[in-house]
Design a binder for this molecule. Structure first.
Ligand code: AMP
Ligand code: ZN
Ligand code: ZN
Length: 410
């Protein structure tokens, strides 16, 4: 084949391929209150994975809609605090889920991921699915942290209990089916979630072949979701792809074990590992916290820091009963391991640095076409989605929407 023929063929393929992805964008924008929103979270999908791992479908959606330079997570850059901040518009101290694992010294109880289903008193705020339902719309979730819990006594209209290994294709099929329901029963707000990219990032590192393959898999499924919304769904859908945080490369040779801290851990309830260790004084122990802090500092030798209340406040934390008595933080490529078998190559949870930045891509009638915008705060998604759905904010939230407004058509 001649170079010209090859180039003509490539151009033809590109045209056909791209055309397949365009979501219907009407010339005159529809009434905001008629639109639907599908928000899909790709856990641990770092801000630069679209290029790094050649996510063609996401790149095409970004080219047709809006892409943020990065989505700025909240501290701590963990899955549950960030998903709940996206879905409630509140800082972790305000929605209550300040970590994947934490204790509350007043309640004398500890929380772990997914615990809201058994005891919803851990959860505060009005998630977007409830905000929609409270104003007469239906809402559905095919997984989102704490989406099977009762916030304010309500679950989403349609939802599933979390199961990490449930089939990914089935999640897409169900979302399409929901969007095709008759008007009376069809959800106008839908949330979806895949954990695979995060899992591979932890096990093999952000640059690994396995992480590339995970990105390829979820990218294809998101491309399929976008195409099927275009072909099979009647109403105007805005598809928003987000992630909760990024991923930093670790070096297992430089891991620190909890026993390396040189203190008697039996005086404490120990929560978390990886980037941080949170120590809560055991009730009824006489341990001298100042002395333990001094001991930890003497033993640190540049390998970790003890975070002050000032530092935590600067990261958006309200010091309260959920704040650990001692917070110890290390920096990638170091991490805290439970024992010498705890080897992995990626993690997140650090302060908000470049490696922790997440992804934001949106396409649909509410969004501009082919626009790149600056960093978006994940807290700003809530008020903007409410606006697209024509919903009133029924309570004060921490996001103003300002960083995402440049993405909107009007
Ligand atoms: P992280 O430790 O921050 O990396 O958390 C990621 C893990 O959260 C993933 O492996 C998921 O399986 C888990 N996860 C995500 N959503 C839920 C949920 N709704 N309930 C329980 N676990 C979840
Ligand atoms: Zn996550
Ligand atoms: Zn993770």
């Amino acid at each position: 084949m001649t170079t010209r023929a090859l180039s003509a063929l490539l151009s033809f393929i590109t045209t056909v391929f791209s055309a397949a992805f365009i979501l219907p964008v009407k010339a005159a924008p529809v009434q905001a209150s008629e639109q639907s929103v599908v928000i899909f979270s790709l856990d641990g999908f770092r801000w630069d994975y679209i290029e790094k791992h050649n996510a063609k479908n996401l790149a095409l959606l970004a080219a047709q809609g809006v892409r943020a330079e990065y989505l700025e997570p909240v501290y701590p850059t963990k899955t549950f605090p960030n998903h709940l901040s996206i879905i409630t518009g509140l800082l972790p101290s305000n929605h209550g889920i300040v970590g994947n694992h934490f204790c509350d010294k007043d309640r004398n109880q500890c929380y772990k991921m997914g615990h809201g289903q058994d005891d919803s008193s851990w959860l505060k705020g009005i998630p977007l699915w409830n905000l929609a339902q409270m104003q007469g719309l239906k809402a559905a979730t095919y997984f989102w942290p704490e989406s099977d819990a009762r916030f304010n006594g309500m679950t989403p209209s349609y939802y599933y209990h979390y199961s990490k290994h449930s089939d990914y294709q089935q999640r897409i099929d169900q979302i399409i089916q929901w969007l095709k329901l008759p008007e009376q029963t069809r959800p106008r707000f839908v949330a979806g979630y895949f954990s695979l990219v995060d899992t591979m990032g932890h096990d093999f590192g952000p640059d690994a072949q396995q992480t590339y393959e995970a990105v390829q898999k979820v990218d294809k499924l998101i491309g399929q979701l976008a195409r099927r919304i275009q072909r099979e769904v009647e109403q105007d859908v805005n598809l928003i792809i987000v992630s909760d945080h990024g991923m930093a490369q670790l070096d297992p040779e430089r891991s620190l074990q909890l026993s390396d801290l040189g203190i008697d851990l039996s005086d404490f309830i120990v929560k978390n590992s990886g980037t941080q260790v949170w120590l809560y004084k055991q009730p009824n122990t006489e341990v001298d916290l100042q002395e333990v802090r001094a001991q930890l500092k003497r033993n640190a030798r540049g390998r970790y820091d003890i975070l002050s209340e000032e530092t935590l406040k600067n990261r958006g934390v309200t010091i309260d009963a959920t704040t650990a008595d001692i917070v110890i933080e290390t920096q990638a490529p170091r991490y805290f391991a439970y024992d010498d078998k705890d080897k992995h190559y990626g993690t997140h949870g650090f302060a908000v640095t470049q490696d922790m930045h997440a992804t934001f891509v949106a396409v649909g009638p509410a969004f501009k076409q082919g626009v790149k915008i600056g960093p978006v705060k994940n807290l700003d998604i809530y008020p903007v989605v409410a606006q697209i759905l024509g919903l009133d904010l029924l309570s004060e939230v921490d996001g103003t929407g300002a960083s995402l407004l440049p993405a909107l058509r009007h």
